[in-house]
Design a protein around this ligand. Structure first.
Ligand code: FA5
Length: 338
């Protein structure tokens, strides 16, 4: 009995010594065949056990099992170690697409727009997303039950009552003018929310950029100049503007601003519906009611305000045909910008 135990001990000692010398997986497999393979001493050990009496068989059998387990253990340990060292390199394997971290189109374009307005002397204001009914409507010349409120599908909060997710950045016009006394010009960029069904051009949350300028003589020609500068810089090409009469309760007169189609240069295409023009903003001279709400003397001061949709501008610039792509997590949308 002792001789078998001794033999097993020697085999393990030798196997351990050899495995420590092994430098690659090929040699390791040869080692495995030698010590654990079909023709190995251990594989045929049952022949030996068979001839022992019960007591000896129990003892030797147990020792045999331990030896086999230890051999398997050092085999797996060595295999793991060598596999880590020996990473096989396939020069022909196609690489994974690498997405470098970039700002999203929304962030990078907002940044650019902010820079353009900053260069024209506008201050940048971050305003709250939750506003009061007064800020969103009443202060903008839309008392309760005014039909113009229907122009903005509203998401009301249950608590606190009479609060809502702002439907437009215009909600900050009065707080802005109360805080910064004229002469002042600033922009309020940020998210707005509407209770509205989505389609390729409408989402229920999107970004607006509100512009406000009040001084003794801020007027439409200033607004036109500011818009021309802004659109030329943003689209990096010469843009023609068109002002069309419109209606907003908080501006008088009110206008819609169209730009010459950036895709077809007014030759006519499906995006501009062959009109050559694209609507990009609402604007107007700030209504005396709004100035009064802000505590500003409308006989002394006047000003213009405008509101434009960020996503609509991005869609035109990068020819994106669905606004929802900009709010999805599909990284390919961002690749356009790099
Ligand atoms: C307004 O929200 C006014 N507050 C704009 C304004 C400001 C007028 C200051 C006068 C003075 P309107 O609802 O039209 O207006 O929205 C302005 C812009 O937001 C639109 O021209 C469009 O670019 C964008 N917009 C409107 N609705 C959506 C929508 N559902 N999804 C994406 N963009 C939208």
């Amino acid at each position: 009995m002792e001789k078998y135990i001794e033999k097993l001990e020697n085999i393990f000692k030798q196997a351990k010594q050899e495995i420590e010398e092994i430098k690659n997986l090929k040699e390791l497999e040869e080692w495995k065949i030698k010590y654990l393979g079909r023709k190995s001493y251990l594989a045929n050990f049952s022949e030996i056990l068979k001839n022992l009496d019960l007591e000896e068989r129990k003892k030797v059998g147990e020792f045999y099992n331990q030896t086999k387990e230890k051999l398997e253990k050092i085999y797996h340990q060595q295999k793991e170690k060598l596999s880590e060292e020996e990473i096989e390199f396939d020069f022909y394997h196609p690489g994974n697409q690498v997405y470098y971290p970039t700002l999203t189109l929304i962030s990078s374009n907002l940044k650019k727009i902010i820079e353009i307005f900053q260069n024209m002397g506008f201050i940048i204001i971050d305003a709250p997303l939750i506003v009061s009914e007064y800020e969103n409507f009443d202060s903008l010349n839309m008392p309760k039950f005014h039909p113009a409120r229907e122009m903005w599908d509203t998401i009301w909060l249950k608590e606190p009552r009479n609060y809502l997710l702002r439907t437009h950045t215009s909600a900050f016009q009065v707080p802005f003018l109360k805080k910064y006394k004229p002469p002042i010009r600033g922009i309020v960029p940020g998210k707005v929310f509407r209770f509205e069904a989505t389609d390729s051009r409408h989402d229920f949350e999107f970004y607006q950029i509100e512009g406000i300028s009040v001084s003794e003589n801020s007027n439409f020609s200033h607004l036109r100049y500011i818009f021309e500068e802004f659109f030329d810089n943003y689209f990096e090409k010469k843009i023609t503007l068109r002002f069309r009469p419109s209606y907003f309760p908080f501006t008088e007169p009110s206008i819609e601003v169209d730009i010459s189609c950036v895709l077809c240069n007014q030759r006519g295409c499906s995006v501009c519906k062959f009109s050559g023009w694209l609507e990009v903003a609402g604007a107007g001279m700030i209504h005396p009611f709004v100035l009064k709400e802000a505590g500003i003397d409308s006989k002394k001061f006047q000003g213009y305000a405008f509101g434009t949709g960020l996503e609509r501008l991005i869609m035109l610039k990068y020819q994106i045909n669905d606004i929802r792509l900009l709010h999805s997590s599909d990284l390919r949308t961002n690749e356009i910008s790099s």
